[in-house]
Design a protein around this ligand. Structure first.
Ligand SMILES: *Cc1c(COP(=O)(O)O)cnc(C)c1O
Length: 429
């Protein structure tokens, strides 16, 4: 296959780990550690997989900004023609900062949109509001009325589809906080269409779902598509004239551990399940909101080993990164591959790789077999491009880390490291 499934690689077995053409020790030397490193090529290629697999179906791939909201990555994807799935007013400002002409490609999701956020999005002229409750629909109608505009909306329905993933990131069941029950949707669309004021202020342009995250089996996506397509047919029969999009959300998963796998195959299987689910429904544009699948493997967190020590039977490798920089292991017991940047020493040992934060949950790996590492060695924590930097915090007053984008063999700083003074600036004594 021609695409770099693994942007983090050794050109030859005895080489240091590279990101595409850039040797990681060089980046660490120039910008320090911890450091997020992203491959632009890997992101562009992933985006292309969706575009190819959906050829022939009218579609727009709306990157889920929350997976990694770096302006440089938003700009890169915007240049590929991506749309954007946002979940806050702040994310809308980010998208517009990356590309001021992107508003027409923005879909706005989220259960708790505030009036100022809705106003901001109405002013920008986004493509569609994915509305998650009756109250939100009322507020949207009111805010659109105030501005004298018509708000395009889709109801986010809850298809009651089970997706086998971590409970914190499963969203498609009736008991979850997201969306509205699919059975209740027709009545709400009717109210928006027939309400005296609502009819002038709201335009139903589609239906949306999002069933969860890190879902590797294409079947639940197909099931969700089937249910949404049935809803669209019912709504059309009910006299809904303007529905033109089906948003199937994001959630396609990657492999964080195990044998090599083929992302192209996975996207193809996903697209096939979705096509089958839609069952030839015509006159709709398909919107997709992948986040993780586009950026996870394109990124690594580069960190330096500060200390190693033996406590009882356990050997610890203490890095200069912490759970505030990458919280997925602490939050979801998530697995991340970890590779020494230098070519492996022969001797292996079983270690816990831990961070510096004062929490026992601050670990990157437990009981992991790694080549022996020493203080001063660099480690790459792999598959950290999604929900890494964007979920980071300044807990323990740790400055947020710098981020670097690699384009071919060239690397550039796309976010400088916080200074402690940046953290203190908003505070008053
Ligand atoms: C988080 C989220 C996504 C992206 O999920 P991934 O698993 O990163 O693809 C898409 N749509 C909505 C509404 C989301 O909340």
């Amino acid at each position: 296959m021609s695409f770099p499934i693994r942007p983090f690689h050794r050109p030859r077995p005895r080489d240091v780990l590279h990101c595409d053409g850039a040797p990681l020790p060089k980046l660490a030397k120039r910008w320090g550690t911890p450091l997020y490193v992203y491959s632009a090529d890997a992101i562009v290629e992933r985006f292309g997989l969706f575009d190819n697999a959906l050829a022939g179906l009218p579609h727009l791939v709306c990157y889920a900004v929350k997976a990694n909201s770096s302006l440089a990555i938003l700009k890169l994807l915007s240049r590929c023609g991506a749309g954007f799935d946002i979940v806050s007013g702040g994310e809308l400002e980010r998208v517009l900062a990356a590309d001021k002409r992107a508003a027409g490609r923005v879909v706005f999701s989220g259960v708790g949109k505030t009036a100022p956020e809705i106003d901001l999005a109405l002013r920008a002229g986004i493509r569609v509001f994915n509305v998650e409750s009756e109250g939100e629909l009322e507020l949207l109608s009111e805010r659109a009325g105030k501005r004298g505009v018509v708000a395009p909306f889709a109801l986010r329905v809850n298809p009651d589809v089970f997706a086998d993933t971590h409970p914190y990131i499963s969203t498609g069941l009736r008991e979850h906080k997201f969306g509205i029950a699919i059975e209740g949707a027709p009545a709400l669309y009717r109210r928006a269409r027939q309400g005296r004021r609502a009819a002038k202020r709201l335009r139903a342009v589609g239906v949306s779902v999002h069933i969860g995250s890190q879902i590797r089996d294409p079947a639940p996506f197909g099931a969700a598509a089937t249910r949404v397509a049935a809803l669209v047919r019912a709504l059309r029969a009910d006299g809904e004239p303007t529905l033109r999009s089906i948003d199937l959300g994001g959630g396609l998963g990657i492999e964080y551990e195990g044998a090599p796998w083929d992302p192209q195959e996975r996207v193809a299987a996903y697209a096939a399940a979705v096509r089958a689910g839609l069952g030839g429904l015509d006159g709709v544009e398909l919107l997709l909101e992948p986040g993780r699948f586009l950026v996870a493997e394109a990124g690594a967190l580069l960190t330096e080993v500060l200390y190693t020590k033996q406590n009882g039977t356990k050997r610890f490798v203490i890095t200069d990164a912490g759970m505030n920089d990458l919280i997925r292991p602490a939050l979801y017991s998530a697995h991340h591959g970890i590779e020494p940047v230098a070519p492996g020493r022969k001797q292996k040992e079983t270690v816990d790789v831990v961070g510096t934060v004062c929490e026992s949950g601050d670990f990157f790996a437990r009981d992991r077999q790694l080549p022996r590492v020493e203080p001063g060695d660099l480690l790459a924590i792999l598959d950290a491009g999604a929900y890494g930097a964007s979920l980071s915090s300044t807990y323990n007053t740790r400055p947020r880390v710098a981020e670097v984008l690699v384009e071919g063999a060239k690397a550039r700083l796309v976010r400088r490291r916080d200074r402690v003074r940046d953290l203190l600036a908003p505070e008053r004594v």
